[in-house]
Structure formats: C-alpha cells, structure tokens
Design a protein. Structure first.
Length: 475
C-alpha cells in the first residue's frame, strides 16, 4: 500500500529491506508491471502483484478527505478543503471492472470510493468517462487517442497560467513570498544561463544565516577522482548516515547553497549528513552526478575516519534534482552492488520523469516558483539527448523493475509541477513491494527545504523530513 499521508500523520520506523536473494527470486518470477494493490509491507516471499491488462481496467483508488487547506487545483470545480489523501485499493476481486472499494471511515476521515466507470478526476457527475465532454477534463479522454495529446508519459504538457487565480499557500508568509517572486518576473532559466543562475544562487546564499552549530563540520575529498563532501556530525555519538544530494536542476546549487538545510537536518534528525558536491551540468552531463553519488556511498561504507565514528545505517536522499540522483543511485546499487544498497531513500519533491508527465505540470506549471519551461531547460542541460528521457537510467518512473529497492519516503508539495510524477513513482514502488510512505505537504511549493527563514510552514515541513530520516536511520 502506498500511503499519501497528511502532515500530522508521520510514519513509524520502516523495516530493513528484504534480502537480495529473495528480491532476485521475486524479480525473476514477475513478468510485468502492475498497479498498486492493498498491501502495507508485503512478505519477502509470496508477494503478489495485480495483472490488470490495461489502464482502463484498473480500479480507481479510495480518496480520503479531511478538512484543511483550501485548494483550487481544478478550474471550474468548487474549491474544497483538503489536508491530504491516502491512496489505497480495496481487496483483490476477480471481476476487475466491478471492483469498487466499500465506504469506510477512519478517525473522522471520509473514504470516498470510485470505480473505473466514474469520472477519474471527480470533477463532474457523468456516469462514464466517454460520456464526459467537458473540455477541461483532459484526463477523461482515451490515452490511445492521438488527438488527446496524452499518448503515454512521453508527451509535451501545456502550461496553464494560474497566477491570475490567487491561491492561499501554507501560510501567509509563503503566500506573500511567492507573490513577490512572481511580481519580480525573473528571466527564464534558458535566457539567464547557468553562469548567471549560479551567481544569483551564491548571492542569495551569502545573505542566509549559517544555521545551528554542530559537534563537527568538515570538508573532505572522497578520493583523487571523487567529489568533495561536507560532513555534518551533530553530536559525538551520532549514528546513522545520510548521503544528501542538493537540488538545483543538476545545474545550480552546491555545498554552500544547502549548508543551512543540511545543518538543520543533522541537528533535528541526530544522524550524520554527508552533503555531496557532485559534478553539475552542462559541463558534466549525465551520468557524472550518478557516478559521483556511487563513489560517495562506497566511501561511506568503508567507515572512514572523517565520519568520526561508527556509520550505522546508511541512507540516500536529496531535494528536487538531488532526489532524482538518490533514486537513480539506489537503482544502480541494487543492480551492481547490492551489498551497498541504502537502508532507506528520501525523495523530496523529486523529478522522476524527464518527459514531464503529470496533470500538475498543467495546473502548477507557472506561478508557484518553478516554471514548466525552466524544468525543461534544466532537463536538457543534464540529458541533452531527448530520446534518452524515457530511459530508466535517467527517469526513475520508467524503470520496469523496482522490486528490491530500499524503503522510500516520497515528499511532494501541493503546488509543485513535479508533484504528480513523484506520487506516481511512489505508487510504482508500492506495487513492486517496496515499503513506501508518500506525504503531500498541503499548501506547499517546490524548494521548501531552503525557505525555513521565509515561512514557518516551510520550516515545519523540513522538520518533518528530519523526523523521517531519524525514524529510518537513527539508532
């Protein structure tokens, strides 16, 4: 089961990943991908996956709704108030098209079941998908219809300008900050270029306070051909290590831009954070960043003196592009060095599909601090050959076999273009039997890990990430 939980519904400590032998046997037995089934943490042996033959035959999830923040995701739809959704499916049923979950309530949460025969976006009262002719309900169209421009993940997604429809964000400070950002009208990333973007990032970083004092902070060269890392040890007896990869579209960001965020993560989680200064595009396109990440995980596994003590459990994680690096690092380690497989991975508003799939690319692609056009530019810097964007080695969402990956925390933001693709990746992980927790931060926007001084809500969201790290890695 993949759980898309609310901010106050924090996960318990996740189990250790199942053994590589069991995973290898499972991967050999599975012949096709499947949709999520009702399974919380499946047994290592005998895990089952569904075999729905087509997207139209797959059951719709239960949607649990609780009073919370106002949202306006869907134009023409009455605004509703949502804290979060828990997406799960009912028991397996032989009559696939008739498989409709029962109404349930849990702690005041109202479960609203839907079937494959209902409007998949819940925005109209039509009885069947085909009968819905509302032009704004793009998802009602058959994906096999070329005129729908929705023939699979590899498509261009139009951007809707939602800046004219003001939305109250997680708190007033964040609302004001995004409004000010939009009013400043910064040039597109393609127009500014990598050098100017890096300079602007450095100028912003210089104005930020350093963050909490820790037991030790050291810059270390991993190897002659390896990247520089910054090791944050919060206390002398800290246990557990997180290899952290900064965001910035694989083009901007560095050890300094994320120094405050890493200090706060180390202090709040109690684990050692190793921030990685991986090689950036366009000077060093894919797979340079992944190669650097693998070197760092190998270095950590050797328990070097620079870590200052026992390593304990090792995890990987990152925000935005760094989350992509973490996911791809786990995939490579599973296949090439399973003995180094991380104990957990933390994907914070990550890009899992360079082809830019997901309805949130349309509804959140402008006006929330990260524009669709900039995402495409960053993707092209890292992987210039667009034909590679559907390769699972650059877009984790296209990986056909996710079994055996480590327990995963997926954190998304309500007002983020990358939201839907990251949540879809969480569903794929769960369908493969990977223990997965997906949390959508209500009212939140991309990049909240760096904005704790801007917004108390951003600070609180970052603290929840630290809680996730502690629950999975701390002794």
């Amino acid at each position: 089961m993949v759980r898309l939980v609310g901010a106050r519904d924090l996960p318990a400590k996740l189990p250790v990943p199942v053994g590589s032998a069991a995973n290898a046997a499972k991967r050999a037995d599975e012949s096709q991908r499947s949709s999520p089934v009702d399974q919380s943490v499946p047994e290592a042996a005998g895990r089952q996956t569904s075999n729905w033959s087509s997207a139209s035959a797959r059951p719709r999830p239960i949607e649990r709704v609780k009073e919370g923040f106002a949202t306006r995701d869907w134009k023409g739809c009455e605004p509703h108030r949502v804290v979060a959704h828990e997406l799960t499916l009912g028991p397996r049923c032989s009559a696939r098209s008739d498989r409709i979950p029962a109404f349930t309530t849990v702690d005041g949460w109202v479960a609203k079941p839907s079937s494959d025969r209902s409007c998949p976006e819940r925005r109209c009262a039509t009885a069947t998908r085909a009968a819905c002719s509302e032009p704004t309900h793009e998802a009602h169209r058959d994906r096999s219809d070329p005129s729908s421009n929705r023939t699979g993940r590899n498509r261009r997604t139009p951007v809707t300008d939602v800046s004219a429809d003001p939305v109250r964000l997680a708190d007033q400070e964040l609302t004001d900050f995004i409004a000010s950002f939009n009013k400043s009208a910064p040039p597109p990333a393609a127009q500014a270029g990598a050098i100017a973007l890096r300079k602007a990032t450095a100028e912003r970083t210089a104005t930020r306070p350093r963050g909490p004092e820790l037991h030790r902070v050291d810059d270390v060269d991993v190897a002659a051909d390896g990247p520089l890392v910054r090791v944050y040890r919060p206390t002398a007896d800290a246990s557990g290590v997180l290899a952290y990869f900064h965001g910035g579209g694989w083009v901007i960001g560095d050890l300094d831009s994320h120094d405050r965020a890493c200090r706060r993560l180390a202090a709040a989680s109690g684990v050692v954070v190793v921030s990685v200064d991986y090689r950036r595009a366009p000077e060093h396109p894919w797979p340079a960043a992944i190669d650097d990440a693998i070197r760092v995980v190998r270095w950590v596994s050797r328990t070097p003196d620079e870590l200052g003590g026992p390593v304990g459990r090792v995890g990987v994680g990152g925000d935005s592009a760094g989350g992509t690096i973490a996911a791809l690092t786990s995939q490579r380690l599973r296949d090439e060095s399973p003995e180094l497989l991380p104990a957990a991975q933390f994907l914070l508003y990550a890009n899992t599909d360079l082809t830019n799939s997901g309805h949130s690319m349309t509804t959140k692609g402008h006006g929330f601090g990260l524009d669709f056009a900039d995402i495409e530019w960053f993707n092209a810097q890292w992987v210039p050959d667009r034909s590679m964007w559907t390769n699972p080695n650059v877009s984790p969402l296209f990986c056909e076999d996710l079994a055996g990956l480590p327990p995963t925390f997926v954190v998304t933001c309500e007002h983020d273009p990358l939201r839907d693709q990251a949540e879809e990746y969480a569903r794929h992980l769960s369908a493969a039997g990977v223990p997965t927790v997906a949390r959508r931060e209500p009212g939140m926007v991309h990049n909240f890990m760096l904005w704790d001084l801007v917004s108390p809500a951003c600070a609180a969201a970052a603290e929840r990430v630290a809680h996730d790290i502690a629950s999975a890695l701390a002794a």
